[in-house]
Design a protein around this ligand. Structure first.
Ligand SMILES: [Zn+2]
Length: 175
């Protein structure tokens, strides 16, 4: 399978949500995306990232060019990685989005895999109209957990915890 992984946001241009300890969403999404890529390659799949967080990668600031790159590359599916943010420092949990009214097969596999293998609050399978979900292939946007929760922020920067997420997400992708 040809799998496009989209590391949500990008540093330094648009870092996304920021934890109270200063961790950026972009740093976590890139780290976890690279771990997912490695896991999928180990499993024999072909993987691309939609961007590499390079300062001259101007298109990374826009969402549709990421999908366009995946289309031109010939992706069979598209997985966008994000961390959530909230005003409440207590907010926590895992959630996924598919396109409203769209194909939810990839969402179901990834969501169920993470919930089955990690001890994390299930905030549910949701639908939205995000641009990155509008490609012509099964797509899912994953909110790993809330980077604005200090306890969660400590988990998200732990490479072993990132690996747990990557393994569970990769297992769901390949189903
Ligand atoms: Zn995000």
């Amino acid at each position: 399978m040809r799998i496009a992984i989209d590391p949500g946001h990008w540093s330094p241009g648009e870092p996304g949500a920021v934890g109270h300890g200063g961790t950026t969403e972009a740093a976590i999404t890139m780290a976890v995306s690279k771990l997912i890529e490695q896991k999928l390659v180990d499993l024999g799949h072909i993987v691309t990232l939609t961007h590499f967080g390079e300062p001259d990668d101007y298109d990374a600031n826009d969402l549709w060019p990421r999908v366009q790159r995946a289309i031109e590359w010939g992706a069979d599916c598209f997985v966008s990685i994000h961390c959530n943010g909230a005003d409440s420092m207590q907010a926590h949990g895992f959630e996924t989005f598919c396109l409203r009214g769209g194909d939810d097969s990839l969402q179901n596999r990834v969501h169920d895999s993470v919930i089955a293998s990690m001890s994390i609050t299930d905030r549910g399978k949701k639908q939205a109209g995000f641009a990155v979900l509008k490609g012509p292939f099964p797509s899912v946007l994953i909110e790993l957990d809330f980077i604005t929760n200090p306890v969660v922020e400590g988990q998200l920067i732990d490479p072993a915890y990132q690996q747990q997420f990557a393994d569970a997400i990769a297992a769901g992708i390949v189903g």
